[in-house]
Design a protein around this ligand. Structure first.
Ligand code: SAM
Length: 272
């Protein structure tokens, strides 16, 4: 298969998931909270992004726009980009209904520079985004190309040191290599989406890539960015392993009597 075929398979899966996530029967996405005027940014990004009032933000892989709406409610002017037409359509409908300053564009992240006009103060990428991208160095170049001089990337993701692990026979065990070659993605079959919804997916086959932290950071440096800070967190926005439970802040953690691991990371990198 070629790169485009991997993207096509993934896009079909995302198109199908949008309606399930928008219905939000399990409450994973806090859709009703956002409809009621509330905020759904997780505790990690909410405490790290700083003041975004007046900033022009590109939200890459925006899904159906909930975070974009929350950023716009903090006073930013947001453009969300996603390659799922169903996601972009739903995001646009929500932004119109909630009267926030957020526009949405359909397209592949790798075409973002051609698709989005002007330069941005901030590129915002969070939770379950870069694992869908084969080439992290090229992604970093796209991010840098979208930013004005002095503009910043905010990235929050699952930690690449734990993503290769799975729950096998009641134990955490390695399942994937720590680095995925661009041309040989991890091919996975998924029956349900990750929100806990019971719907059985028609488009089960997806393709993903593991990117070590060093590849992410070195990619950003090669693209002309410098690192402001890097944080690691013993918490995650979703239960990677079944023994993880949600705390009062909504983040999932390993049991207190279990050896603690860095489950997620976040960073800020600046252009120029
Ligand atoms: C887990 S969701 C990201 C959710 C994100 N945390 C948010 O802000 O809501 C992943 C998103 O990436 C999008 N996506 C995956 N590969 C893409 C690509 N190559 N170009 C653009 N969007 C992509 C999917 O359509 C999906 O909406």
């Amino acid at each position: 298969m070629d790169k485009q075929s991997y993207f096509d398979a993934n896009r079909k899966s995302w198109d199908e998931r949008v309606a399930i996530h928008r219905r939000d029967e399990t409450g994973f996405y806090d859709v009703q909270k956002v409809l009621d005027g509330g905020d759904k940014l997780n505790a990690i990004e909410a405490s790290e992004i700083g003041d975004v009032k007046g900033l022009r933000i590109a939200h890459l892989q925006c899904h159906f726009g909930l975070d974009s709406i929350c950023l716009a409610r903090r006073g930013a002017s947001v453009v969300g980009l996603d390659f799922s037409s169903a996601a972009v359509k739903e995001a646009g409908a929500l932004a119109t209904r909630l009267a926030v300053d957020a526009q949405f564009v359909e397209g592949n992240v790798y075409d973002a520079r051609q698709l989005l006009s002007g330069d941005f103060d901030m590129v915002y990428v969070t939770w379950g985004a870069i694992n869908w991208l084969p080439d992290i160095a090229q992604w970093a170049k796209v991010v840098a190309s979208l930013l004005k001089s002095g503009g910043r990337l905010y990235l929050a993701e699952s930690h690449p040191n734990v993503l290769p692990f799975d729950w096998v026979n009641g134990r955490v065990a390695p399942r994937f290599d720590w680095r995925t070659p661009k041309d040989v993605p991890i091919s996975d079959e998924t029956q349900n989406t990750y929100t806990g919804a019971a719907d059985i997916l028609v488009n089960k086959k997806v393709y993903e890539w593991q990117h070590p932290l060093s590849d992410i950071i070195n990619g950003l440096i090669a693209a002309g960015m410098s690192l402001d800070w890097l944080h690691e967190h013993p918490a995650l926005t979703w239960p990677l392993f079944p023994n993880m439970t949600a705390g009062e802040d909504g983040l999932y953690r390993l049991p207190a009597d279990h050896a603690q691991l860095a489950l997620s990371f976040s960073l800020q990198a600046r252009k120029g």
